[in-house]
Design a protein around this ligand. Sequence first.
Ligand SMILES: Cc1cc2nc3c(=O)[nH]c(=O)nc-3n(C[C@H](O)[C@H](O)[C@H](O)COP(=O)(O)OP(=O)(O)OC[C@H]3O[C@@H](n4cnc5c(N)ncnc54)[C@H](O)[C@@H]3O)c2cc1C
Length: 396
Amino acid sequence: MDIDLSPQELEFRREFRTWLEHNIPENWEPREARGQSHHESWELRRDFERRMGRDGWLGVAWPEEYGGRGATLMEQVIYQEELARSEAPGLAGHVGLQMVGPILMEVGTDEQRARFLPPILRGEEVWYQGFSEPNAGSDLAGLQTRAVLDGDEWVISGQKVWGGFAEFADWGAVLVRTDPDVPKHKGISFMVVDMKSPGIDISYIREIHGGSNMNEVFFDGVRVPRDNVISEINDGWNAATRLLTWERGVITLSILVNHEIFWERLREYALANKRGGRRLADIPHIREALAQTYVNIRMMKLANLRWLAHYLKGERPGLETSYMKLYWNSAHKSVSDLALELGGADALELPGSHAAPEGAFPVEWMASRATSILGGTEDIQRNIIAERIYGLPRGS
Ligand SMILES: Cc1cc2nc3c(=O)[nH]c(=O)nc-3n(C[C@H](O)[C@H](O)[C@H](O)COP(=O)(O)OP(=O)(O)OC[C@H]3O[C@@H](n4cnc5c(N)ncnc54)[C@H](O)[C@@H]3O)c2cc1C
């Protein structure tokens, strides 16, 4: 970010950067597809995360009373930048750290906080986010997984989809319908589910690039203690959505750094390699693509800086995260299109082959297609901008 940092913030950056230099596992491959299996890379991530927890580098944004560092917003930005720059393993426990923890602090009971917060902060327990369903993605409030009270337990039945790493999770933060007879946003509750409970069946989603980090989760009469509801019964929608805008902003900042690093590598590649006897960087349409991609990443950066400036002034932006998402989509798409263009035929080699520059360009290209869907599709972001920012009539 192009913002002057205070001496304390510079020191925070130095301290974390030094810690990362000494603690990223030697056998960690930043581009997972280059060799590590699904399970191997998960174990490395967990191990790294426990080290982070041990040395106080998890939950830096959490208040000190809950064991965090109470980091300022700028420090959180620095933290995300350094994680991205170092190509450290992605945080396996991000659902617990960035969503469940803060929600429990805000609306959980003392018992829930005492039970669940410390293991999240130590990197010992990881959470899965059970929101989307086959017929409830863009229209999440239409979810149909049911929970019915039976004595002192809720009994959950239904199907969730697109759950990242659900197979490894200790706990699920699951949205369920507890009242089908009221308007749909008002009959949803937010429940904590032990992912080892009888009645849970997990299957893999085979992704376009061959990986399988996402799961479908089937609940068949899964029994959950009555007290495992976060916030009030039927208040799950508010609880689940309250903090998401904020989290989305900080996370997008680290993705931005990834794109900047990737673009710089592509620039170097275009300067160092030739096609048909000509340096790639001298071929007009490639020069143009390099420049356009730079512009797209810059637009994403400016949207992020605007978001950050609002927060630093104590304002709470909301709807503009829809712009941030659209700029993120176009930056990711153009940087990965550029990578394929530069690699030429070699870039089409699938992961595992080292023939393609960086080995995993096609994976990045395929992942960029998912970016335009996850966290709300492009169409949905455009609807929000049209209807809620510009006040245009609702589409039919
Ligand atoms: C890689 C990946 C990771 C994900 N991670 C998670 C996760 O961690 N947790 C989670 O809960 N979910 C996750 N999801 C699910 C994601 O949130 C949904 O896929 C997304 O919201 C779209 O929902 P859908 O797939 O049901 O598509 P649909 O909602 O069925 O949409 C289908 C198409 O119709 C369009 N459309 C739908 N409604 C409208 C409308 N009103 N106006 C205009 N066009 C419309 C959409 O833009 C899309 O093109 C993930 C998805 C992917 C691909």
